[in-house]
Design a protein around this ligand. Structure first.
Ligand SMILES: Cc1cc2nc3c(=O)[nH]c(=O)nc-3n(C[C@H](O)[C@H](O)[C@H](O)COP(=O)(O)O)c2cc1C
Length: 192
């Protein structure tokens, strides 16, 4: 059994749901998993030794949450010592074309530049259009943007683009990698 941290940043809540699904898959595989919001770890040292860390955030205005960047800068040494991965949730990731792929990559590159962490594994995840979570002004701005991109403009419901099977595969693969590595090791490495 490995001990895994899945830390996330979210603005409207969807990435929290993704992180919890990742955590649930890992728990089902028998691992001990903690899934905190990066905001709750601000300024805090990790009080446990982990065998692997997954970091995730969502994209707003071309960047990830500052709490996620802060977590990565603070714990960069740990992230390069043990298996780690990054997932990035955005609406751009819902588009299958090359231009969208390049846009997603540019946002991840910015994150890497700003944090100094080059994750070995990066998983882009299509997010959600959650009209129910937006205020009046934002609902209408998002509707205009959705219209421009051919996305649903029906504001009476939310629209989820996440490929949940891909999320579960990502979680399973990462947990497999961590437990492979932690077998025969002397346990996790504390983030001192
Ligand atoms: C104000 C706002 C700005 C956004 N900016 C971007 C963006 O620059 N690029 C993008 O691909 N998606 C953008 N999105 C879409 C979000 O990344 C998507 O809705 C995601 O699921 C939000 O996750 P969260 O609920 O965890 O915050 C934006 C959404 C909002 C509401």
């Amino acid at each position: 059994m490995a001990k895994i941290l899945v830390v996330y940043g979210t603005t409207e809540g969807h990435t929290g749901t993704v992180a919890k699904r990742i955590g649930a898959v890992m728990k089902e595989a028998g691992h001990e998993v903690h899934v905190p919001d990066a905001r709750d770890l601000r300024g805090a040292a990790l009080d446990q030794a982990y065998d692997g860390v997954v970091v995730g955030g969502s994209v707003h205005g071309g960047e990830h949450q500052s709490s996620v960047r802060e977590f990565v800068r603070r714990h960069r040494d740990l992230l390069v010592r043990i298996p780690s991965a990054f997932f990035s949730v955005s609406l751009t990731a819902a588009y299958p074309d090359d231009e969208a792929r390049q846009d997603v990559q540019a946002v991840v590159d910015r994150f890497v530049r700003e944090t100094g962490w080059q994750p070995l594994r990066v998983e882009p995840i299509a997010g959600a259009l959650v009209y129910s979570q937006y205020n009046f002004f934002l609902r209408h701005v998002m509707k205009l943007i959705a219209k421009r991109h051919g996305r649903p403009t029906d504001m009476t419901q939310d629209h989820d683009y996440t490929d949940w099977e891909a999320v579960e595969r990502f979680a399973g693969d990462f947990a497999g990698e961590v437990s492979g590595r932690s077998h025969g090791s002397e346990g996790g490495i504390a983030d001192l």
